[in-house]
Design a protein around this ligand. Structure first.
Ligand code: MG
Length: 376
């Protein structure tokens, strides 16, 4: 098995990203870009050594990190040189060099770089340029550049250790990029597919982009709702806005739509916004015999106002009769219309209680709803 080492370059001061803490040390959903990079390499089965090159001022930040710590230089190439020197006594077969400011790296990219080193002395991930490229020296387009065969460079960049060591020894330029140094020494560099999520944090806006790429900005709320209405004399019930013929009706201040009430309460619950009774007090006569769609529309509008979207709704109606299944499709369609959700995100199902309890004795209908909200 090949001995593969990684040098994670983290000595930069990250001034371009703003803030007092260098960008690679800023927590992204609680974990710094440096720690995330180390964890990704640690999880990769082919990696045997991880070196972290840091600025002397950041030494205290390295406590508890699972990497060998090396003090870097003022320029990136000096930091890489320091890493290579630290490996020189027990040289690995391959070395990967990664920018610590790319926290969303995946194992797939690492594997592709390593695999390409079977046939090439150097390999690096790149993304084909898809935007048009303009030359605009004074902020005015003077020429359209040909983007054919152009790539945006990413890291980790991988090398046969001895070859890169020699390239650095013979390098006379202060190149910003290891690929440039390798090429100057005559090494062929294979391009492997990069990953759009493998962003390099450069500007303050990049933190939000990376958090999105990591899925770390997800704000998910779950809500449940439960409701019961008793039967009274009548000839139909209203469930999720659908009139279902029955030998009794449901008793209530409004139209007694127990299913829609449970869903509405679940939405309010997910937002910690109380329940229907708080928004539509039964003491107010104007809600007498109200169409429960009014309640659901209000809750749905509040969801949008608070910048959430409803991910899905799951409703269980509990009764012996009437039979729900023949009407479930119409109920789902009505709920889809009221909430703006696709029908594939709404479930209406039913169960009996095996003739036990108040629903089993046919005294009323109960409803249980769950919803999930996701912050936009
Ligand atoms: Mg109710």
């Amino acid at each position: 098995m090949l001995d593969i080492a990684v040098i994670i370059v983290a000595a930069g001061r990250g001034l371009r990203a703003g803030g007092a803490v260098p960008k690679q040390w800023v927590p992204l959903a609680g974990i710094s870009s440096v720690a995330r990079s180390i964890a990704t390499f640690q999880d990769h089965p082919a990696i045997s050594r991880i070196l972290l090159v840091v600025h002397p001022d950041d030494l205290a930040r390295t406590k508890g990190l699972a990497a060998e710590i090396v003090i870097g230089g003022a320029e990136r190439y000096l930091s890489v040189q320091a890493g290579l020197a630290a490996l020189a006594d027990t040289p690995p077969d391959l070395v990967l060099i990664h920018d610590a400011a790319r926290p969303a790296l995946t194992g797939r990219v690492i594997s592709d770089v390593i695999a390409a080193l079977d046939d090439y002395p150097a390999a690096a991930p790149g993304l084909p340029v898809s935007d048009s490229l303009w030359r605009g020296p004074d902020g005015v387009v003077s020429a359209l550049e040909d983007r054919t065969a152009l790539y945006r460079a990413q890291t980790p960049q991988g090398f046969h250790f001895r070859a890169l060591q020699k390239a650095y020894e013979s390098s006379e330029t202060a190149a910003t990029d290891d690929v440039a140094i390798a090429r100057a020494a005559g090494l062929n560099v294979k391009i492997v597919p990069g990953d759009p999520a493998n962003i390099k944090i450069t500007t303050p806006e990049d933190f939000a982009r990376v958090e999105r790429a990591l899925g770390a900005d997800m704000d998910i709320r779950i809500g449940n709702g439960f409701d019961v209405h008793a039967f009274e004399p009548g000839d139909h019930v209203v469930l999720c806005g659908v009139k279902v013929p029955h030998d009794r009706s449901l008793k209530g201040h409004s139209d007694a739509d127990v299913g829609m009430h449970a869903i509405t309460d679940a939405l309010y619950g997910a937002m910690a916004e109380g329940d229907i009774g708080r928004h539509f007090p039964p003491s107010e006569a104007r809600w007498k015999d109200a169409d429960s769609a009014v309640f659901l529309r209000h809750a749905t509008a509040l969801v949008a106002e608070k910048a959430f979207t409803i991910s899905n709704i799951d409703l269980t109606l509990i009764c012996e009769r009437p039979k729900i299944t023949p009407h479930a499709k119409a109920m789902i369609e009505n709920l889809a219309k009221l909430t703006g959700l696709g029908a594939d995100r709404i479930s209406v199902k039913a169960t009996t209680t095996e003739e036990r309890g108040f629903t089993g004795r046919g005294e009323g209908i109960a409803a249980l709803a769950s919803v999930v909200l996701v912050r936009k």
